[in-house]
Design a protein around this ligand. Structure first.
Ligand code: AMP
Length: 204
């Protein structure tokens, strides 16, 4: 099974992609995490795009993704979280693999900005929490899974989030037309458990 998760920032696609990947036993690939884990000169180059909320160049992300999906843990399938982000990436993806389902988690911009203002991530393992929702950490500032320190991503500032939402609507949403028959729409304005249940009912 090859699945793409789409939705505006803060819709919970990372959380839901993790839940579904565990249930289906397929790997979860977050391109944002892949890029954040880059090192050295490449990291410096990427930070200039990422910290201001811009997309990194298509050739670069496509090369990184292509290498990742060829690894052995992707043999049974995968969930892409954060890719493709524009029509060019979607067309390049069509040349590499056939996608079975596009899961689109819908959320209003207003709710997206609100949710992102509460988002914190673990410095050590990358786990995501939200101080404003039921996904808050048990102990403030500490990761439930590994005890690592929680921090706010540079691109989660209000200004960068607005820029990222603008890009989502103008560049990412048109992908839904390209994959009309594969799209499954999910209501993102529910609790984590309810969203997971809706995905289970509609995707399997
Ligand atoms: P995310 O964690 O998915 O919100 O991604 C964080 C940042 O990583 C984005 O704002 C982009 O700068 C970069 N990024 C992630 N995925 C892609 C992609 N498919 N194409 C271009 N840039 C990306």
């Amino acid at each position: 099974m090859k699945i793409v998760f789409m939705g505006p920032q803060g819709c919970g696609k990372g959380t839901q992609a993790k839940i579904l990947s565990k249930r289906l036993g397929i790997c979860h690939i977050s391109t944002g995490d892949l890029l954040r884990n880059a090192e050295g000169d490449l990291k410096k180059e990427l930070d200039e795009y990422m910290n201001s909320g811009k997309l990194v160049p298509d050739e670069l992300i496509v090369k990184i993704l292509k290498e990742r999906i060829q690894e052995a843990d992707c043999n049974e399938g995968f969930i892409l979280d954060g890719f493709p982000r524009n029509l060019n990436q979607a067309n390049l993806l069509k040349n590499i693999v056939d996608i079975d389902k596009i899961v689109e988690i819908g959320l209003s911009d207003e709710e997206a900005v609100k949710r992102i203002s509460g988002r914190v991530n673990c410095k050590m393992c990358g786990e995501s929490y939200n101080t404003l929702t039921d996904a808050h950490p048990k102990i403030e500032g500490k990761c439930d899974s590994c005890g690592g320190e929680l921090f706010r991503r540079a691109d989660d500032s209000e200004e960068a989030v607005k820029k990222r939402l603008e890009i989502y609507h103008s560049e990412t949403e048109p992908i839904l037309d390209l994959y009309k028959d594969e799209v499954v729409r999910i209501n993102g304005e529910q609790s984590i458990d309810s969203i997971a249940k809706e995905i289970e009912e509609k995707v399997g």
